[in-house]
Design a binder for this molecule. Structure first.
Ligand SMILES: Nc1ncnc2c1ncn2[C@@H]1O[C@H](COP(=O)(O)OP(=O)(O)O)[C@@H](O)[C@H]1O
Ligand SMILES: [Mg+2]
Length: 365
């Protein structure tokens, strides 16, 4: 058996740990087909926590139910790309055999990079309405997923929300799922660009349970013919902190250890796998997240790294010798960048596992 772990952004893991039941409302909504709360869902969470994976799981579920899926990322022009995909689906399905269940048609949009002029918006809505009526006749519907909404152009999000709201009001079978970083999504909802989205089910993704992570390791290694004792699986799982990207990285490295060693895995192999996984997490997630940080942003983060848990913003200001207004500005910037999160009144904490350790090592270098 090949290494089953998938330590790559968006890749489906061999076992989706600790996400049981999160798609229940959405699945139920698919049977209602229009206006059910679960049909409007937003996944939020830190980088690497599994938002894209959840969108993928929802897409699979929708396709199993015979729904059409349009899967997009909120880079500029996504509204036009969704419109194009709808028109294409309409052209393909419009002349197709009637009564056939429409399964497994995933449409990636093509590269239209402009925003929609007003006349296009009308035809966007027309195309959507026609497609949805056609799907409705077949007792199915359309699921649109938009990933990375934190980066979205506000006017495109507003246009999408307005159109979808209109479809829902007409009782048409539409589902809309978003994923994005928590603070940016909160801003998006609070700014009033798309008030209607506040009604969405918001599912905040957190770390997986250590126990379920350990169980998943025991199962996967057994399937591959490698013996991994429950104690070692537990140690490996603890090394991940339940952070999904690390679950894949540690599993991946440990599998390589199992392939390399001819005997059983031992404590040393687990320790090596955890160390290798953390290094890779630093290189990929952490360094990518820090790549846009300025020198002052780094000062803020380093000031935070002196605390063992959440930091008081006041303390950070003193350590940086910066005025409160300036500290507030950096705080907001870093929250937007997904590096830190509010942790109760006047406090912040790191949003990415391993970031605190990384910064402490950085200070001592
Ligand atoms: N529930 C989970 N259990 C195990 N691994 C997961 C889970 N969710 C995501 N992963 C893995 O974590 C990594 C990051 O997932 P991804 O969906 O890209 O995160 P995000 O979109 O939040 O940045 C991927 O390697 C993926 O396979
Ligand atoms: Mg993602």
């Amino acid at each position: 058996m090949q290494n089953p772990f998938r330590p790559t952004a968006g890749a489906t893991p061999p076992i989706v740990v600790s996400r049981e039941g999160l798609l229940r409302e959405f699945g139920y909504g698919l049977t209602i087909r229009s206006g059910a709360p679960g049909l409007l869902t937003i996944f939020t969470g830190a980088r690497g926590v599994g938002k894209t994976v959840m969108l993928g799981a929802a897409e699979d579920l929708a396709q199993e139910q015979g729904w059409l899926v349009i899967s997009e990322t909120a880079t500029p022009g996504f509204m036009a790309r969704i419109g194009e995909a709808m028109r294409r689906a309409l052209a393909e399905l419009g002349d197709g055999p009637i009564g056939r269940r429409i399964t497994g048609v995933t449409l990636a949009g093509f590269g239209v990079t402009t925003q929609l002029p007003p006349e296009e918006q009308v035809s966007w809505r027309d195309a959507g309405e026609q497609l949805l009526r056609l799907l409705d006749d077949h007792r199915t519907g359309l699921t649109i997923t938009v990933d990375e909404v934190h980066a979205a152009d506000r006017s495109e999000i507003a246009a999408l929300a307005a159109n979808v709201q209109h479809f829902i009001r007409d009782g048409l079978p539409i589902a809309l799922l978003f994923a994005g970083l928590p603070a940016a999504v909160s801003d998006l909802l609070n700014e009033g660009v798309a008030t209607f989205l506040r009604r969405a089910d918001r599912i905040d993704l957190h770390s997986a349970s250590i126990e379920e992570t350990a169980d998943s390791y025991v199962r996967l290694f057994a399937e591959g013919g490698h013996h991994l004792s429950p104690e070692l699986a537990r140690a490996a799982a603890e090394g991940t902190g339940g952070y999904p990207f690390l679950i894949q990285l540690v599993g991946y490295s440990l599998w390589q250890e199992a392939e390399a060693g001819n005997g059983d895995l031992d404590d040393a192999a687990v320790a090596r796998a955890i160390a290798a996984a953390r290094r890779r997490n630093e290189r990929t997630v952490i360094e990518a997240a820090l790549s846009t940080a300025t020198a002052r942003d780094m000062d803020f983060l380093i000031a935070m790294a002196q605390d063992d848990a959440a930091s008081e913003v006041g303390d950070i200001g003193r350590r940086m010798s910066a005025r409160p207004s300036l500290v507030g500005k950096y705080r907001a910037r870093l929250i937007d960048a997904g590096l830190i999160e509010p942790a109760g009144y006047g406090r912040v904490e790191f949003a990415i596992p391993g970031l605190a350790d990384y910064l402490r090592a950085y200070i001592s270098r």
